[in-house]
Design a protein around this ligand. Structure first.
Ligand code: COA
Length: 261
């Protein structure tokens, strides 16, 4: 599908390191980038969670390397980055998609539960950016952070994720400023509710789906493909002067929260 929108091979010769690249939105992004000619290295905590996506990409004719690492563990991240460089010779783009999520009211959430999600999403994003810095500097590379819109307003049962993603957005802006001089662009994507994901299946009760979809200005939930297209655009030369932006891809959903009609 992406192939009908973008010119062929616009990411040819690029090597992309994708965390959380085994499943869901970020898995789709990893696959889509290979369809544009990139080689990808995908990572998540468990090797077995990576194999299926790695096989899909290879069957599709793409090149994929799968290496397990917990993004909370800096040494493990460094190892995964080094192994990727051994495999493909370099890294041009980092996509930070590894995330943890569950529904829990603040008054029920433990300190460790809050900290666990912040560690995965926020510290994990920092760890990967930090560990990839020299490589990205060498290649005038770029970073794409997968965020959310939850923290734009107050989203019940999501205090931990909201705080974590607000931190991710801060990292996007901060590194855009600090690392722009090295030729590194740093951007983000904030997906709204995306229907074909594990997160949506787990987090949104089935009976609320139709009602909620009608409240979205574009009258539908997003699809992983909507995020893939935004990612391909931001990773391509078409976005060469875009730096420090978190692109909201949500059909106008978060803006419509005050719409009561
Ligand atoms: N509700 C409340 N607290 C929860 C929770 C839930 N559903 N799930 C985890 N926690 C708390 C745990 O109770 C624990 O805190 P405690 O020690 O005070 O009890 C803390 O979070 C760490 O949990 P643990 O399961 O040991 O951490 P982990 O590092 O193995 O996994 C997650 C953390 C977030 C990845 C895990 O909850 C998970 O697997 N979530 C589903 C998968 C996922 O998030 N995918 C991403 C989709 S966007």
């Amino acid at each position: 599908m992406n192939k009908n929108i973008f010119a062929e091979n616009i990411l040819k010769n690029k090597v992309v390191f994708v965390t959380g690249g085994g499943t869901g939105i970020t898995g789709g992004v990893a696959r889509a980038l290979t369809e544009m000619g990139a080689k990808v290295s995908i990572t998540s905590r468990k090797q077995e969670n990576l194999e299926s996506m790695a096989n899909t990409i290879r069957e599709n004719g793409g090149e994929c390397f799968a290496v397990a690492a917990d993004v909370r563990d800096f040494a493990a991240v460094e190892n995964a980055i080094n192994k990727t460089i051994e495999q493909f010779g370099k890294i041009d783009i980092v996509v930070n998609g590894a995330a943890g999520n569950f529904l829990c009211e603040a008054k029920e959430l433990s300190s460790n539960g809050f900290g666990t999600v912040v560690d995965i999403d926020t510290k994990g994003t920092f760890n990967v950016c930090r560990a990839a810095f020299e490589e990205l500097k060498k290649n005038q590379g770029q970073i794409l952070n997968i965020s959310a819109t939850l923290h734009y307003l107050g989203t019940p049962m999501q205090i931990h994720v909201s705080a974590a993603k607000a931190g991710v957005d801060a990292i996007t802006r901060n590194l855009a400023v600090e690392w722009g001089k090295y030729g590194i662009r740093v951007n983000g994507i904030a997906p709204g509710p995306i229907e074909d994901t594990e997160g949506m299946k787990r987090l949104l009760p089935e009976q609320l789906k139709e009602k909620l979809a009608k409240k979205i200005p574009l009258q539908r939930f997003g699809k992983i493909n909507d995020i893939e297209n935004a990612a391909v655009f931001l990773c391509s030369d078409a976005a060469n002067y875009i730096n420090g932006v978190t692109l909201v891809v949500d059909g106008g959903q978060w803006l419509s929260a005050n719409t009561f009609m």
